[in-house]
Design a binder for this molecule. Structure first.
Ligand SMILES: [Zn+2]
Ligand SMILES: [Zn+2]
Ligand SMILES: [Zn+2]
Ligand SMILES: [Zn+2]
Ligand SMILES: [Zn+2]
Ligand SMILES: [Zn+2]
Ligand SMILES: [Zn+2]
Ligand SMILES: [Zn+2]
Length: 320
């Protein structure tokens, strides 16, 4: 009746890849590049988003090729100062320090973040459309935004409700709990855990007032758990679905008449035809009988003793 929704995506972001400007191992991302020679250093940029055409990045081989190219770079370190090339930015020859990144060589002061124009130096950078960006600007400019905090999403991203979220910022709008494998339920653009969703939005049972999750019976202008649509007095289910209503609640025939005071005091069964009212009770005419001789009584001629009816004869014999 109310199927839960699943989180559409919980995945590692793959559209941008952190680049290392020189330095190995990459665990030393914040450390200075190694292998400097007479002030010059090599910078090796690796990119995921802008691989050359015809050479799609293969996730498994990336590290290998990085290791390989690093190895060859290290081997070349000794001769790096000899052929320094032309700066990729100003197109002038490079004489002193050289940065090698994105397949080109640069004056260190000309290898700058496309956005803030700050020198990248040995810091991490991202490449996008052939342009280098410092880490901060790259995330600010290009990372998906969390709908909850509006911050850039740098690592895992949750895609749900047509929006993106930090995993730690996608939770039940009511209780703040994260969603397990059972997913979440959506209402008016908000996500709710199963319990809160049903507590808040599911129809309530006319019998127990709790939320109805699956099957229901519609009767008496409300919905009911099938197991709750029973006589309110004796909890017997209704055979053939027929029941009696009293004050908006369903009853079996006996308890309906009991509620209405229309059960025979003699046989405790409902009175549907003729009825005798005596001693503030109701009787089938044939069950309004002398408590001693069991002869049927007339309404006007019986005697009452200890809340029981007697015929004239029995009354005289017994009590006079
Ligand atoms: Zn330059
Ligand atoms: Zn920048
Ligand atoms: Zn967030
Ligand atoms: Zn909740
Ligand atoms: Zn119920
Ligand atoms: Zn009943
Ligand atoms: Zn009766
Ligand atoms: Zn009698």
């Amino acid at each position: 009746m109310f199927p839960p929704m699943q989180i559409q995506g919980l995945e590692q972001r793959a559209d941008g890849e952190l680049c290392w400007a020189a330095g190995w191992p990459p665990s030393g991302r914040q450390s200075s590049p190694e292998g400097q020679d007479e002030g010059g250093f090599m910078a090796q940029g690796k990119t995921g988003s802008s691989s050359p055409p015809g050479e799609p990045p293969k996730p498994g081989s990336q590290l290998d090729s990085m290791l390989g190219s690093l190895q060859s770079d290290l081997n070349k370190l000794g001769v790096a100062t000899v052929a320094k090339g032309v700066c990729g930015a100003c197109k002038k020859p490079i004489a002193g320090q050289v940065v090698t990144a994105m397949g080109r060589t640069w004056h260190p002061e000309h290898f700058v973040c496309t956005h803030c124009q700050e020198e990248i130096g040995s810091r991490n950078f991202f490449e996008r459309d052939g342009q280098p960006y410092c880490e901060k600007d790259y995330h600010t400019l290009f990372s998906p935004r969390c709908y909850y905090c509006n911050g850039p999403i740098l690592d895992k991203v949750v895609t749900a409700l047509d929006r993106t979220w930090h995993p730690e910022h996608f939770f039940c709008a009511q209780c703040g709990a994260f969603f397990g494998p059972e997913g979440f339920h959506e209402k008016d653009g908000k996500a709710y855990c199963r319990k809160d969703y049903f507590d808040m939005f599911a129809p309530k049972c006319g019998g127990c007032a709790r939320a109805i999750l699956e099957n229901y019976i519609s009767a008496l202008n409300t919905l009911w758990h099938p197991e709750c649509f029973v006589c309110r007095e004796c909890f017997t289910p209704f055979i053939n679905g027929s029941f009696f209503e009293h004050d908006g609640q369903p009853y079996c025939e006996v308890h309906y008449h009991e509620r209405r005071g229309s059960l025979c005091s003699g046989c405790q069964k409902p009175i549907t035809g003729r009825c005798i009212t005596a001693m503030a009770k109701k009787f089938h005419p044939e069950h309004f009988v002398c408590a001693f001789c069991l002869k049927q009584l007339n309404k006007g001629t019986f005697k009452e003793q200890n809340d029981k009816p007697y015929c004239q004869n029995c009354f005289l014999k017994l009590f006079c």
